[in-house]
Design a protein around this ligand. Structure first.
Ligand SMILES: Nc1ncnc2c1ncn2[C@@H]1O[C@H](COP(=O)(O)OP(=O)(O)OP(=O)(O)O)[C@@H](O)[C@H]1O
Ligand SMILES: [Mg+2]
Length: 391
């Protein structure tokens, strides 16, 4: 027997419920061959005993036909519930930590920051997921080089996509390209819940969540569905952006989410030819605002053309050019965020009891279930009058 023969045989074993096999999914590891005796591990994402049994039976069958005489298939399933110091409602218990990436304004670099922070956390050896919760403008698939890639769907369960060692899911991967949807509050709530409950995330150290801009239904639903370990706010240095960022930081406070820092993006410009740094939108203006909220600036990311091209081409700068100034700053920010998350957990974790809805199940406190008109995400100044606390 050779490893090739074993892999070839196991590539005939479909992951139960899916049309892809366990080799293609990358679940098979630690293959050991001794003559015609084969042992291997299958790292699966399900806890269901019937899934494990089916894989064992089918693998044995396939390997026997390939000439193996003794087969030892060791199934590794995720442990649920996962030991986590956080409490309250958690509809994705296999995920240890949740990092919410927010901003008051659109277009300030949330998605860019989410992708690069996620890649930097994975480079630290952590098991990382990236959820694009921006259901209005899902950009993460393009930024991760996964544009147009469709996930495996079975029933209402979906396998996350993978790139740069990170698991990823986005509305962009589930919808046809360019399709526009108008979301009502209750639909946003459902979509966010399904992203957490129906995506087959594996045991993750951290799920980085790229939020739509502002403070609305998506943020509230996320905070109610899982104990968000920490939040970061991305801002640009101009006063108009800082004003909106204050709203984002104050939302974290209202939702009982500890803040792991502020990223000041588009902070100065590094000329690609000379490497000289220029001020464009200003620089260093976020620190006093961060201090107002008892937090700190964890990175000043300059405007760098390669950040934009990296985003457009699906090659995050932290991966494509890790020694660039911006990449180094994202890597330092990720290290700071992880240190904060560890500190939060050492101090007892977080609890989302205080933000649970008082409305009946299935009705968003922020949406008018009785009113069927399409409703855009509430702006931070609007109130839905329910006292939901997210405005
Ligand atoms: N530091 C930077 N240097 C150069 N380009 C940048 C930088 N940060 C972001 N960009 C580019 O600016 C654009 C907007 O960034 P991004 O999509 O990350 O913002 P966003 O806050 O997620 O926007 P939205 O609110 O629309 O989701 C992208 O094209 C991105 O590549
Ligand atoms: Mg975005």
């Amino acid at each position: 027997m050779t490893e090739e023969i074993v892999k070839e045989a196991l590539s005939k074993v479909m992951y139960p419920g899916f049309t892809k096999d366990i080799i293609t999914f990358g679940f098979v590891k630690d293959i050991n061959i001794d003559g015609t005796a084969v042992s291997f591990t299958v790292d699966i994402t399900s806890n269901a005993p019937e899934v494990a049994q089916e894989i064992k039976d089918k693998s044995a069958e396939a390997l026997k036909s390939a000439g193996a005489t003794a087969i030892n298939c060791n199934i590794q399933a995720p442990m649920i519930p996962k030991e986590s110091s956080s409490q309250g409602k958690n509809i994705a218990p296999q995920v240890k930590n949740f990092l919410m990436v927010s901003s008051g304004k659109g277009g300030v670099g949330k998605s860019t920051s989410s992708v690069n922070i996620a890649v930097a956390l994975a480079a630290q050896g952590l098991k990382v997921g990236l959820l694009d919760a921006d259901i209005y403008g899902p950009n993460i698939p393009r930024m991760m080089g996964l544009n147009g890639v469709k996930p495996e769907v079975t029933g209402n369960k979906v396998m996350p996509l993978k790139a740069y060692g990170i698991e990823m899911m986005s509305m962009g991967a589930l919808m046809d390209e360019g399709q526009a949807l108008i979301w009502r509050g209750s639909m946003i709530m459902k979509a966010i819940e399904q992203f957490l409950r129906d995506i087959l995330w594996s045991e993750l150290d951290v799920l980085v969540i790229d939020m739509p801009p502002g403070t609305g239904d998506a943020q509230l639903t996320l905070a109610q569905s899982v104990p968000v370990t920490a939040g970061i706010t991305v801002t640009t240095p101009q006063s108009v952006s800082l004003d909106d960022s204050r709203r984002s930081l104050s939302m974290f406070k209202k939702l009982d989410i500890p803040v792991a820092g502020v990223i000041e993006n588009m902070s100065g410009f590094i000329a690609p030819d000379t490497g000289v740094e220029y001020d464009i939108f200003g620089k260093g203006t976020s620190a006093p605002m961060a201090a107002e909220f008892d937090t700190k600036v964890i990175a000043e990311i300059p405007i760098e053309p390669s950040i934009r091209t990296g985003g457009d081409e699906g090659k995050p700068i932290v991966f494509a050019n890790p020694t660039s100034e911006s990449a180094k700053r994202f890597i330092a920010a990720a290290a700071s965020i992880w240190a904060t998350i560890e500190e939060i957990n050492a101090n007892g974790g977080v609890d989302n009891k205080g933000v649970q809805p008082t409305t009946p199940p299935g009705v968003s406190a922020c949406s008018t279930a009785a009113a069927p008109e399409p409703k855009k995400e509430a702006s931070s100044d609007e109130s839905c009058g329910t006292g939901c606390g997210c405005h």
